[in-house]
Design a protein around this ligand. Sequence first.
Ligand SMILES: *[C@@H]1O[C@H](CO)[C@@H](O)[C@H](O)[C@H]1NC(C)=O
Ligand SMILES: *[C@@H]1O[C@H](CO)[C@@H](O)[C@H](O)[C@H]1NC(C)=O
Length: 342
Amino acid sequence: MSRPTSRLATALLCCTRAAAIDSAHSFYRSKFGWYAADNHSHALSRPLLAATDKALYTPELDALFNDLDAIVEQHYVERHGGGRAEKVRLGAAAAATTLRAGSTARYRHQTDFYYRLGTGPWVQHVCEIGFNVGHSTAIWLASNPLLHVHSFDLFETGYKPKAVALLQRRFPGRLHTFQGDSLTVVPQTALPACDVVHIDGRHSYWNVVMDFLHMRAKSRRDAFFIFDDQCDPTNCTSTSLVPAQPTLGTCDLVTARLLEPVVSFYHSNRQFALFRRPLKEGRLEEEGRLPCAPLCRITFGSPRLRERWLGLGEGLRQERLQHKLRPQGCQFGLTEGTGKRE
Ligand SMILES: *[C@@H]1O[C@H](CO)[C@@H](O)[C@H](O)[C@H]1NC(C)=O
Ligand SMILES: *[C@@H]1O[C@H](CO)[C@@H](O)[C@H](O)[C@H]1NC(C)=O
């Protein structure tokens, strides 16, 4: 690393990538008009600023993220190989940037939090729903040499198996994958007791609740459950509806006393939250239905989101599912939509 030639090579690599990402940004801005330039590539390659940074300074992880980006780009190029070179190059950079931007590798605060959670000496088995490009999987694996990841995903897109192969090469024997719909595959899979469960699969209310219930049965009593794409149910300040259903799911699980919040990150447009099972836990009804606890409703910080949620009929649609997850005959006494967590 210290030889001038390899420093130069690294510098060149950095700037070619940065340029590619910058052009992807402008490409997206002009095409869709929504891609705000938040500079994740810069955040991830920031220099070590102080000695106390060292614990969180993970150049090997940043390099891994870049390799995962490269897999997405390569996959794009393979699929669009016949096209005009410049257009393909931009499209490939845009694909990698978009997937990175929607991942746990977008913001340092989330990457750091996952990384530090993974370093716990008691964390041997992380069970994860939702692999996608493998950013969070990379974080877990890089954080702790004793840690195994058990990852559930449809693995339906070409870049996913390539990303799995890369991580399995880098971390031999520590990444175990299970392909298919988590709703059926998780209950059928024998797993060592999970110490940490990461739920980042299909972002529907139903999936979030069911994925949790299925993983709960596979986990230690004192396991941590981390959910991506959350917001504060009493004042959801997200910029999109993406966290709405996952938040409704965790909010209902908290109200039902199946989870209690440990720590939540409800700022920036990358929000996530950590939970555990309460000491005094709610009882699951027959067939894994939730107790007859009050139903949560989400209160949105922005009128635009509230209108979209109501306009799309999501509030009502989700409420029907909320009922479906409870035994028939539950008396709810619906309260006016505060969505409070008790
Ligand atoms: C990202 O950060 C670098 C370094 O500060 C800067 O040169 C570049 O213009 C930034 N890109 C965007 C899209 O903001
Ligand atoms: C919701 O959160 C935003 C951002 O933190 C804050 O400005 C606003 O006052 C909050 N609204 C309520 C009703 O608490």
